[in-house]
Ligand binder design. Sequence first.
Ligand code: CA
Ligand code: CA
Length: 465
Amino acid sequence: MSKNKSKLSIAASFIAASVLVFASCSKEKIAVNAVNESANNNLTEVAVAASNMVANQALVKFRKGTPANAKNDAFARISARTEEFIFTKSMEASGETEGLYLISFPAAVPQALVALQSMPFIEFAEPNYVYQHAATSSDPYFTNGSLWGMSNTGFGCGAQTAWTNNRTGSSNVVVAIIDEGFDNQHEDLASNSWINPGETANDGIDNDNNGYIDDVYGWDFDGNNNSTFDGAGDDHGTHVAGTIGAVSNTVGVVGVNWNVKMMSCKFLGSTGGTTANAVKAVDYVTALKNKGINIVASNNSWGGGGFSAALHAAISRANTAGVLFIAAAGNSGTNNDATASFPGNYSISNKSGGKTYAALANMIVVAAIASNGTKASFSQYGAKTVHLGAPGVNIFSTLPYNTYGSYNGTSMATPHVTGAAALYKSINSGASASAVKSGILTKVTKISSLTGKCTTGGRLNVSGF
Ligand code: CA
Ligand code: CA
């Protein structure tokens, strides 16, 4: 909890200037485009606080064929400058031509968005949201080693039974961890850390031509470098990794998979992560999948902000490529059917700026349960927007530098399901993304605590894989 608080306070301080200047409008709806309303639900329109977006920045996409002088004119009208032009390999491969502009400007975000959205040529303009990981608290001194989440008794996910049946995963299956980085030299993670087969380490060359030089373990989109593990601050990502695939050995913990390869896509830094970097991380995974890397899913134990057309498009490209996007439901205890929460609510259709954005079929959204089978009090839920529950309270896993600890959160429930996707794929190597998803969802065990709280009304159970 203290860690989470410290991250939030850092995020708050770096947007302090805009909050002070524009305090009176910080709780207003920021703009039509930035507020979601579901096409098939009466969702509450949520005002996204200024603290949940990067101050004085926006993401802009122009309509196809917009001439350069029109773009310059649009930016000049709000005295904007281009911080970054984002045009990923995955955008290019999908036929996109316009890319995304990350711009900065002197005005507050709401005013700038109103101005931009009134201009011709603009397809969308939206905040560069800041996402936070979805762990609620930590107990670094938790040492009893009780991995109830893996158990085949009580309300564990039944991995213990799968292991007994010699279903222990496969090093041919890859999952992407879109999060903080993780400690790929940890005694319980090193041998299950993915190494890019197309990249030669430290030769300064982008050998596999994916746009990233020496991306051996993945990429750090927050720091824009190839160092995906940057120390003790990468505890959340390291914890997620251990639940998916800590090695079975004589030390520490064990993951759902004894064998798997985990790719690090670090985009959460000390102040959280932005929409711009989330888009790049998702597209990085998609591009590698399209190059033939056997990536079954990405794990997304983070959330925040409002509807983003840019992130929706990136997850849609992952859907086309056949990569599952497994997401935490969130830790505010609320109903996602009534109060939209992202990225989870990309699993249903959304309306924004007068357009309808399709439900994304590659999403699995995960709530948290406790060891007594109750829904965790913090866990968000939704009969239409959340798919299943998984262990997310008192979850023991890996932490940086060969240490271990217990965390709570839908952040911890989600990697149980990502681990299940990898396990299912290891048994059914030809399964499509939709087949892996239905394989997981049809094998849940229904429990009363989740009745009416998620689409399946059940908890993860891999014992029958
Ligand atoms: Ca590369
Ligand atoms: Ca780094």
